[in-house]
Write a protein that binds this ligand. Structure first.
Ligand code: GLN
Length: 492
């Protein structure tokens, strides 16, 4: 079979179980595609062929023995923020260029235990700070729909690899939109779970009170399969919540769109900078959901103007604290010939961190400094609570809230947005992280340049099943999620 990469995860799993093809064949098929196509896309930082084929052989053994397990032998790629024992983990940074973790992240060990095959580690903005994947020390990843454009970020490598059919599914992380926005830019489905649903153990920290891992794939169904592997309580992460996990695959039809109340925040559709095509496609998708039986309810989210300033105080504040550990002594890059210990710290950090990371460390340190702590950090925390309350109030009258995932489609690599322009592009995603809510992106059409547009649905706490289910039903009634990126079409 030459088109194994066109199968859905369910079809892949069925094909493996009925021995239509082996995991070794499937894995080799993806490795061949990566070797051929990824020079153009640059989605992988590290490809691990020997490791992948060994895992594939082990999976084939398990499949032969009739071992149960939905995803045995199915390949995946991990965002290079998840620690992988024995395989380099860089977080897109020079400072971790030589870092080999002594242990696996919980998400990685869960994937292994489920029999998934790791093809490699995919690119990202340095320490997940960014919206384009350009800030990676390993160079910019390209958008498979148009190689001159960014794939979004920070999980741009995950998105580009799935969109170019260089892996069927990928893990991502979302601190302020890093799953949803690249999913939107690359025409994919991506789920940011409720804070605490997926373990953060071994996931390199950016802003710990916001960071959450989640699945990225072509469809809600594919995401549900990966979510079944990723979700769950973990004693090694004290913020992971000990609560029963849904069976996201079994629940794909559990919520019907009929009777679903979808909140449309008035403030969201008048945002300056909202692209006309994005607005039109999102509105068309809402119309479709209405035809399917949903009710659209206008709601107020009064705190919208506060999202960007609040997030861009809290996230850098936490980042400045988390990134103190990179001192040139304990991890990764170390400056050469230091004069003394202070020189070692200073130069290791100045030479090891890129410009955006340094900018955030400076902003965060400033916001946390003695004289400004109350005026900035504490105030931002109070506003954060108001933002959360705004959502909770809205959920008294609606089941889900609709929004674009991003105000624009993918823009050109090197468009040289100034930092504030880039931060403003996060307007639709960051409040969800501040409130700890789950949200999903689904592809809903294209702009005039044939670049994908995404719809975001935000749910109440622990409503991952509902979000996946609503998108699944939308995807049964539409075919946007089946459209293939240009480079995938050219290499069908
Ligand atoms: N673009 C946002 C930022 O730069 C979100 C990144 C993320 O979710 N990791 O912080």
């Amino acid at each position: 079979m030459t088109d194994l990469h066109r199968l859905s995860v369910r079809e892949m799993a069925e094909g493996l179980k009925s021995a239509q093809f082996s995991s070794r064949e499937l894995t080799q098929h993806y490795l061949d595609r990566i070797a051929k196509i990824d020079q153009h896309v640059k989605s992988y930082v590290t490809v691990t062929p020997e490791h992948a084929l060994a895992q594939a052989d082990a999976a084939d053994g398990l499949l032969k023995s009739g071992m149960a397990g939905a995803l045995i032998g199915v390949p995946l790629a991990h965002k290079d923020i998840f620690c992988t024992q024995g395989i380099k983990t860089t977080a897109g940074s020079k400072i971790l260029d030589n870092f080999i973790s002594p242990y696996d992240a919980t998400v990685v060990s869960k994937a292994k235990a489920a029999g998934l095959v790791t093809l490699g580690k995919v690119n990202m903005d340095e320490f997940a700070m960014g919206s384009t994947s350009e800030s990676s020390y390993y160079g910019a990843t390209k958008n498979p729909w148009n190689l001159d454009c960014v794939p979004g970020g920070s999980s741009g490598g995950s998105a580009a690899a799935v969109a170019a059919d260089l892996t069927p599914i990928a893990t991502g992380t979302d601190t302020g939109g890093s799953i949803r926005q690249p999913a939107s830019f690359c025409g994919l489905t991506g789920l940011k779970p409720t804070y605490g649903r997926v373990s953060r153990f071994g996931m390199i920290a950016y802003a710990s009170s916001l960071d959450q891992g989640g699945p990225m794939a072509r469809s809600a169904e594919d995401c549900a399969y990966l979510m079944n592997v990723m979700a769950g309580h973990d004693q090694k992460d004290s913020t992971s919540v000990n609560k029963d996990v849904d069976d996201y695959v079994a629940d794909l039809n559990a919520t019907t769109v009929k009777g679903l109340r979808i909140g449309i925040p008035k403030q969201y559709f008048n945002v300056q900078g909202l692209d006309a095509d994005v607005k039109a496609r999102v509105e068309e998708s809402l119309k479709k959901l209405e035809e399917m039986g949903a009710t659209l309810v206008e709601i107020d989210l009064n705190m919208t103007d506060a999202y960007v300033p609040t997030y861009y105080l809290i996230a850098p504040a936490e980042a400045s604290s988390n990134l103190q550990r990179y001192d040139g002594v304990r991890y990764g890059y170390r400056a050469e010939n230091p004069k003394d210990i202070l020189d070692l710290y200073k130069r290791s950090r100045s030479e090891g961190f890129g410009a955006e990371v340094q900018r955030r460390i400076l902003i965060g340190t400033y916001a946390l400094s003695a004289g400004y702590y109350d005026a900035y950090y504490v105030k931002a925390q109070k506003v954060r609570r108001l933002i959360q309350q705004d959502f909770l109030k809205a959920f008294e009258s609606v089941d889900v809230i609709a929004a674009p995932s991003a105000p624009t489609t993918a823009y050109k690599i090197g468009a040289s947005l100034d930092p504030v322009e880039m931060y403003l592009g996060d307007i639709y995603t960051i409040a969800v992280n501040l409130a700890g809510l789950p949200a999903i992106n689904a592809p809903v059409g294209f702009d005039a340049n044939n670049l994908p547009v995404g719809l975001q649905l935000i749910g109440n706490y622990w409503s991952e099943s509902q979000l996946l289910s609503v998108v699944h039903q939308y995807q049964q009634a539409t075919d946007w999620h089946t459209k293939r990126a240009t480079i995938a079409e050219e290499n069908a």
